[in-house]
Design a protein around this ligand. Structure first.
Ligand code: 173
Length: 319
């Protein structure tokens, strides 16, 4: 009797330890600076995951580029130094060139889950990046060229423009001299006059105070800004089924909120006008040719960098 009671007590004492051991904790970093709104949206999402995931899954936000520099985040996920990253494909082309092709998508993330694109992305990300692609959390957002010198045609000859891989081939095709930097270095480059302009989405200038140093935005915008959650594949596979299914569901819910960006971006364009940023635009035919050239140059570079997967991605992502 005494032994039975002791055993029961022992089991009871051990139970919380077993439950705690089954609760997976994942480390998440941001490739974007911490004051950028993407990070607040991500930490709000993490708070919800942690509230609903008690006993199954918890996520710890580690930080931004001060923890891991922007262009090293992809390799940190690949090798398992961190578990999850909120980043964009242009920041991890050093892992695989295909990462940057997500900006060329003309079909929505919801459609990509239906038409096989999402499966293809996951095949490539697993094979080349040891990654699981969890969700796209930014879409419906064009990139723009911002300038401090006026142009009257889409010719960037003689101008030095800050880029990431997103804009490289397009801006070079327009004659620009280019310089790659992480977002964290753009303000100083503008302040020092080291660059005449930069590529960036329609939103989040104000988060980084770039409106203080920006005179013009060129319309139309081009491409489809992509920010996603990517995860180390070994960590993903090692999650208990319950935790993995919960994570998939929560990531999908985050992605399904992307309509949010449509109204947010309208308001950001309004704020830019109010801050005195002037719009440079061309005649209708030139504007059409500008966008066409962006797409043409973008896919040509994608296919050159990945003859294996570039054409397959184009088939599923372009219209
Ligand atoms: O300009 C950039 O740093 C960049 O490539 C990017 C991509 C997606 C969202 C925001 C910025």
């Amino acid at each position: 009797m005494r032994i039975q009671r002791l055993l029961a007590l022992g089991v009871a004492l051990c139970l919380p330890a077993v439950a705690a051991a089954q609760e997976a904790t994942l480390r998440l970093v941001s490739a974007f600076p911490e004051n950028v709104f993407y990070v607040k949206r991500t930490t709000d999402w993490i708070a919800k995951v942690n509230r609903d995931g008690k006993g199954a899954l918890q996520i710890n936000f580690i930080g931004g580029p001060k923890a891991i520099p922007t262009f090293e985040v992809g390799n940190a996920v690949k090798t398992g130094v961190v578990d999850i990253a909120m980043t964009t494909g242009a920041y991890y082309t050093n892992v695989m060139p295909e990462a940057d092709n997500l900006k060329l998508a003309e079909v929505s993330a919801a459609e990509q889950r239906q038409n096989g694109a999402y499966d293809l992305i996951n095949r490539i990300w697993a094979e080349k990046g040891n990654m699981r692609y969890l969700a796209r959390v930014v879409e419906f957002t064009p990139f723009h060229l911002y300038l401090n010198r006026k142009i009257d045609k889409p010719d960037l000859t003689g101008l030095k423009i800050r880029i990431t891989p997103v804009y490289r081939d397009f801006f070079q095709a327009l004659g620009a001299q280019v310089m790659t930097t992480a977002p964290g270095e753009v303000y100083t480059a503008l302040e020092r006059g080291v660059i005449d302009g930069y590529g960036w989405p329609i939103h989040l200038l104000f988060d980084l105070n770039w409106q203080e140093k920006t005179k013009y935005r060129v319309d139309p915008g081009f491409y489809n800004a992509e920010v996603s959650l990517i995860m180390n594949l070994d960590k993903y596979k090692a999650l208990p089924a319950k935790a993995r299914e919960f994570l998939d569901r929560e990531a999908l819910a985050f992605e399904r909120d992307n309509e949010f960006w449509k109204s947010y971006n309208q308001n950001e364009a309004k704020r830019q006008a109010e801050a005195g940023i002037q719009v440079i635009t061309f005649d209708a035919a030139t504007n059409r040719a500008f966008i066409e050239k962006a797409n043409e140059v973008g896919w040509a570079a994608a296919i050159k960098a990945s003859p294996q997967y570039g054409p397959q991605m184009k088939k599923l992502l372009a219209r």
